[in-house]
Design a protein around this ligand. Structure first.
Ligand code: PBG
Length: 327
């Protein structure tokens, strides 16, 4: 008789024991829910390529936020949708006093003071070129863009933002924004930098939501090449040195190795953006009955945590919160 002394299955024999040996957990407090706001009233417009995700006018957004916070979600990230006639080359609307986005931020902060309110810093929702930076002769200008991002950042900080999310990938923007904020007395406003943001096909549905696709070319001169991971270390080191409070990897699923690499090399909290296309493909398969949606969702979110992300930005936040609370 030969015995098998090491039997890993013993640690899987009941739910209780599986619970004891579970290495990674997912909790509602890890999640940031990205939400979309648009002009108007009484509106809740479903985004075709993102079933279950809507663009809200400010009034319905506040109702939705009641539901979101009742589920225990404590952090959201807001993105605006602007009509074409509000867009221009300089993204003027991004920092105009009284503009939709800034009004939405201050109203949310007033009504939900405990919510961690994250913003987006980039020109694309307001740019007639649909690019994240200022375009001149077909080129995206770096340093001239920083000035515009700076105006957005100060306006958002004044409106009550807790965390600013520069998603533009211009060089030097974290340090530039940090200095501006500190000079203006906003040293307590955080920066979650999109450190390793890749030029990805998985942003398609988001660009539908914002109607913000680039009018020409692509974003490859500022977003990273999906083939590179060492370059992510360079970007992350810069953001670390320039004062970022969180380092983000985006997208998440095709970049779990990048999440792991940043987790191993930096002691800041790592965030990952489970982007629109990742949401869309799971939803599409689930709607077709090709896979079990809720199980696949939890597996995906857990894998992002296991790779080393503490924070996950995900359109699944509400559904995940419901499941985690056993609703
Ligand atoms: C743009 C921005 C994008 C996303 C967040 N901010 C798209 C892009 O870079 O074109 C994508 C988010 C998603 O796909 O869910 N500054």
């Amino acid at each position: 008789m030969t015995y098998i002394s090491r039997r890993p299955r013993r640690n899987r024999k009941s739910a209780a024991i599986r619970g004891l040996v579970q290495e990674t957990t997912l909790s509602v407090s890890d999640l940031i829910f990205p939400m979309f706001v648009q002009e108007g009233s009484g509106l809740k417009v479903e985004i075709k390529s993102m079933p279950g995700i809507y663009r809200f006018s400010l009034d319905t957004l506040l109702e939705e936020l009641q539901e979101v916070t009742d589920l225990g979600i404590q952090s959201i990230c807001l993105f605006p949708n602007y009509p074409e006639d509000k867009k221009d080359k300089h993204a003027t609307e991004s920092h105009r006093e009284g503009t939709l986005y800034l009004r939405a931020l201050s109203t949310i902060k007033e009504r939900f003071p405990d919510l961690a309110l994250m913003t987006d810093i980039a020109m694309d929702p307001y740019s007639s070129d649909g690019h994240d930076g200022l375009v001149e002769n077909g080129e995206i200008l770096n340093d001239a863009t920083l000035e515009i991002l700076g105006r957005m950042a100060l306006a958002q900080a004044r409106a009550g933002a807790d965390i600013l999310g520069p998603s533009d990938m211009m060089d030097g923007r974290v340090g530039y924004l940090r200095d501006l904020l500190d000079d203006a007395g906003f040293s307590r406003v955080s920066i979650m930098s999109y450190s390793a943001k890749y030029a990805s096909a998985f942003y398609g549905p988001f660009r539908d939501a914002l109607e913000s696709a680039p009018r020409f070319g692509d974003k490859k001169t500022y977003q990273m090449n999906p083939a590179n991971v060492r370059e992510a270390l360079v970007e992350a080191q810069l953001d670390f040195d320039e004062g970022a409070d969180f380092l983000m990897v985006k997208p998440a699923l095709s970049y779990l190795d990048v999440i792991r690499t940043l987790h191993e090399n930096f002691d800041l909290p790592i965030a990952a953006y489970n982007v629109s296309g990742e949401y869309a493909m799971l939803k599409a398969a689930a709607q077709n009955g090709w896979l079990d949606g809720p199980r696949a969702m939890l597996e995906v979110l857990l894998s992002i945590r296991r790779a080393g992300a503490k924070v996950i930005l995900t359109y699944f936040a509400k559904e995940a919160a419901e499941l985690l609370q056993g609703k």
